[in-house]
Design a protein around this ligand. Structure first.
Ligand SMILES: *[C@@H]1O[C@H](CO)[C@@H](O)[C@H](O)[C@H]1NC(C)=O
Ligand SMILES: *[C@@H]1O[C@H](CO)[C@@H](O)[C@H](O)[C@H]1NC(C)=O
Ligand SMILES: *[C@@H]1O[C@H](CO)[C@@H](O)[C@H](O)[C@H]1NC(C)=O
Ligand SMILES: *[C@@H]1O[C@H](CO)[C@@H](O)[C@H](O)[C@H]1NC(C)=O
Ligand SMILES: *[C@@H]1O[C@H](CO)[C@@H](O)[C@H](O)[C@H]1NC(C)=O
Ligand SMILES: *[C@@H]1O[C@H](CO)[C@@H](O)[C@H](O)[C@H]1NC(C)=O
Length: 351
């Protein structure tokens, strides 16, 4: 009995260590906004930071064009006063990847004239290496190894607060925005723009999208907000057909996965899209089908036998289901199986 408990403890620690060592996350500072003088002042970055969880080992990506911004780590005093002399460190080339190596408060500003005063400043709180157990609050967005096979349909405001316009930094804005999202059939894109100053049209081919050939589009939607439901998997392309707008960066390309965004039947002419890949057979949540939150994969992210998902917990269903940045998901998935392997080996060894 005691023996068995010890073995389990050892295995749990081993697996946890392994898992945590790869749980690195990438945070694109400001998301689609990038790193610039934010239109509404520093609240943009305050708001952004409040929605993130930073852990030692995570990477911040500051997206900016070299030569018109930079990123300096400074003391709290310098941050508060926007004092740009003798920063702790200075990175002049954008985009800048900064790995968080220490816990505690970190302060970043742009040292270009008055940029910090105008709000180009970011304060974050970095927590020490991840705990060995799953995050205590289930509401905390955590890296999910694989896209879960189903969830409620999401409504995405294209570009978030930026809306749909000619982005200050070019098409990178919408590429960055899209890179952090997972699009499923049934999700809705909302293009929020000034009617008369912009429109949005589906582009019929990748070539036309790449070359901004606005003759090769479907009929543009001219009234904002334009809601477009994603009805088919694959690549989808959108541009503004106003002269020059596309070539200046008002263009969006997304990848829609074939899995429907809801387990409950929606009225649809298409025969119910059977999941192309069979979902993992293990963790089908027993309780009501209304629970559409992510369910952990069978072996991946947790170590101790987690209690069965006890139905929908408090958090609001739609809001906070932000998917992890795409670049991370593949590696963390492939390694996620490791703890399980080790668990099996260790158990085989001890029994
Ligand atoms: C700015 O910081 C530098 C170095 O820390 C310090 O010498 C200087 O007095 C500060 N300037 C102001 C205006 O606080
Ligand atoms: C910065 O991070 C991004 C995303 O992880 C990666 O694609 C890029 O290569 C990195 N750049 C540098 C200079 O390390
Ligand atoms: C960081 O966390 C500490 C302790 O929880 C808190 O006092 C401080 O205000 C936080 N700083 C920031 C920048 O959020
Ligand atoms: C669309 O943009 C307008 C003006 O910027 C803003 O007032 C409104 O809240 C936005 N709507 C959405 C759904 O984001
Ligand atoms: C743009 O698309 C139209 C319609 O598909 C096509 O006829 C035309 O040749 C294209 N123009 C260029 C420059 O590729
Ligand atoms: C969509 O995914 C395919 C295959 O992974 C990739 O080659 C393509 O670049 C992606 N397109 C977009 C717009 O992300």
């Amino acid at each position: 009995m005691a023996m068995k408990f010890n073995i389990l403890a050892i295995v749990a620690i081993l697996a946890a260590t392994l898992h945590c060592s790869v749980a690195q996350r990438t945070h694109i500072v400001g998301d689609s906004l990038g790193w610039l003088v934010p239109p509404g002042g520093s609240i943009a970055y305050t708001t952004w930071a409040s929605k993130q969880t930073f852990t030692v080992g995570d990477v911040l990506i500051f997206n900016f064009p070299t030569g018109i911004h930079n990123v300096a780590q400074v003391t709290r005093t310098s941050f508060d006063a926007c004092n740009t002399t003798s920063p702790i460190s200075l990175t002049t080339n954008g985009p800048a990847n900064i790995t968080l190596t220490t816990a505690g408060e970190h302060y970043y500003i742009c040292t270009f004239s008055s940029h910090c005063d105008l709000g180009q400043k970011l304060a974050i709180n970095v927590s020490a290496a991840p705990s060995t157990s799953p995050p205590p609050q289930s509401a905390t967005p955590s890296p999910v190894p694989a896209p879960s096979p189903s969830r409620t349909p999401q409504t995405y405001i294209v570009g978030d607060n930026l809306g749909w316009l000619v982005p200050p930094g070019g098409s990178l804005a919408y590429r960055t925005w899209a890179a952090t999202k997972t699009f499923l059939v049934g999700d809705i894109l909302v293009f929020n723009f000034t009617s008369g100053a912009h429109d949005v049209a589906v582009v019929t081919s990748k070539a036309a999208y790449d070359s901004c050939n606005t003759s090769a589009t479907e009929t543009p939607i001219t009234t904002s907000p334009a809601r477009i439901t994603l009805t088919s998997p694959g690549e989808h392309f959108y541009v503004c057909t106003f002269p020059q707008h596309c070539s200046l960066g008002q263009k969006l390309a997304i990848n829609v996965t074939g899995l429907a965004a809801t387990p409950t039947p929606i009225p649809s002419p298409v025969p119910t899209p059977a999941p192309t890949r069979p979902p993992p057979s293990g963790p089908v949540p027993a309780p009501a089908p209304s629970s559409t939150r992510h369910t952990p994969p069978p072996s991946g992210s947790t170590t101790a036998p987690a209690p069965a998902p006890s139905g929908p917990t408090a958090p609001s269903p739609a809001d906070d289901v932000s998917a992890p940045p795409a670049p991370n998901s593949a590696p963390s998935f492939s390694v996620a199986a490791l703890p399980f392997t080790f668990l099996s080996i260790a158990l085989a060894f001890f029994y």
